[in-house]
Design a protein around this ligand. Sequence first.
Ligand code: HEM
Ligand SMILES: *[C@@H]1O[C@H](CO)[C@@H](O)[C@H](O)[C@H]1NC(C)=O
Length: 563
Amino acid sequence: MELTLTLSASNLILMAVGLWGAKWLVNAWIALYLAFESIEKYPGQGFLLLHPFRGWTIVLGTVFPPRGCMGDFYAAFSLYKKYGSTCLSSVVLWGAVPTYWLSDADAIKAVTADRSTFTKDVQAYEALNMYGLNILSVDGPEWKKHRTIANPAFNDSNNNLVWKQTISIANEWFSDIDQQLMQNKKLGDPTTLVDLSSVLARITLSVIAFAGFGRRAPWSEDIETPGGQVMTFKPAVIGATKSVIPYVVTPTWLYNLAKRVRIPLLTSAGQYFDALKVHMLEVISHSRAKAADGKGFELEAALLRNLVQANMIEGMAQGCKLLSDDELLADMFAFLLAGHDTLAHSMTFAIELLSLYPEVQDKVREEAACLWPDGFPCSESVGRYKESMNQLGYTTAVFQESLRLHPAVPRLSKIVQRDTILPTRQFSSGPDGAIEDVMCSEIHVKPGNTIIIDIVGLQRNPIHWGNDAEEFKPERFIDTPTYHWPRNAFLAFSSGPRSCIGQRFALTEATCLLAGLVLKYEILPPKNLKGTTREERQANLLKWIPSATATPINAFVRLRRRK
Ligand code: HEM
Ligand SMILES: *[C@@H]1O[C@H](CO)[C@@H](O)[C@H](O)[C@H]1NC(C)=O
């Protein structure tokens, strides 16, 4: 009697679990069915096991989804071509969310221009909140507050600092190269091999430390905290940047546990983040103290000083301080994160491309020699950034063309809030692969749908860039009386109200460094690639993996001093 009772009780539980499971499955199936029904009219209809814009997707990105499947980081424009459409539909398994991939300049412009209909996918940025909500990670009125304070900070005075510090650190790098060259010359080799990844990380860090925080971080020295109790600034920033992805994919409890128990990657991640915080707090309190005693700041126009000042001015106008110290700290971290890796990786791609295109180097050198007839300036004789930049139009075009082919941020994700019609295009491909018969089309997106802004797809779209879209041609970014380059088809810095606040910062630093480097040195591919075709070398040297930003993994060049 008792036995049958317990049995039937456990049976009941089993039945309940079974029923619940069955209900869940049916619901999930219905949701998927409805999602596929809603994308039925549109080309693509891919089924995505992973959300295209989440930490794990990036971690698995080199192997999954497999080459040529929807979601593949390396597919570029190929899938759009296969389906003959600039918009592809898909459904993400988890949540059964209809998800549209866009490589169409007009559709993307409509999305980035309207930040209340297409909101930021804030869930993807939650992990960047280790120091609190910041300009990168929030949306709506909260974001507006951050951006209002930050906008005036990125002004011409700050760009002047960027220009000045780039020249200063470039000089330090060049003298390092010259020493290497001298040693190699004794061994009969007029060139030196450079590992671009490590060099450019040092350069971008030095520029953001100075133009961002007002601190000097010379080539071979580093910044200590006053008590010297934590690691120095450079390893803290580099370590923290490298730890973002491990941090993103780790649940909070495990991350907290790693503070007490040694866990590979995670324990060190915690140490990097903590050390960086000590450094940032030290700079903030320094800036505040300087502001308070009215003596002005040690360094004019550093982003942080500008932020603190704008916060006080705006705050007085509105009767309260807009951002707290914690929020300022979080924004400074956002600038470091957003402005360090992106720029280092983009300049790496650009220098690799220059090594493969000597004819482009010649033009950059000509332009640089015109601006600097007496050679690259030393730190004391820097010109003003604006006039100098205006004379380096071709060099800027080289960097933009490199960003077009190798954007540091390959895709972005937005969430639809209102029913909207987006303009797209359908087309066919001729026998030689050229795009033909382009026709206007449209998609109807609904609240809750996801939009993937496919930056790589857009920037290699032949409808906007021509059938030579895969080729490296900096002239594309130079207007002529009959040609106006397609602004809306260039999205490396995103566009609209949430576009990159550091775009000018980045273009200034990159243009200055590329022009200086080419003026002094001839950039050559590594020796082991002798005898290969340009295409093979390009595939080899520009290899990248998806990480916090697109990361080059085989970035070497040789340098030879010009006469
Ligand atoms: C080549 C270098 C760079 C590239 C390719 C780049 C790219 C981007 C992109 C695509 C976005 C939009 C991100 C999104 O919607 O989630 C963005 C936003 C942002 N970038 Fe950059 N960026 C670069 C350099 C910089 C620099 C040097 C700084 C600062 C010093 C910076 C600071 C920011 C900030 C703060 C945002 C967020 C803006 C907002 O949401 O209001 N970036 N960047
Ligand atoms: C840039 O902003 C700072 C802080 O708001 C200000 O002191 C400086 O004069 C501004 N520079 C220019 C060129 O507007």
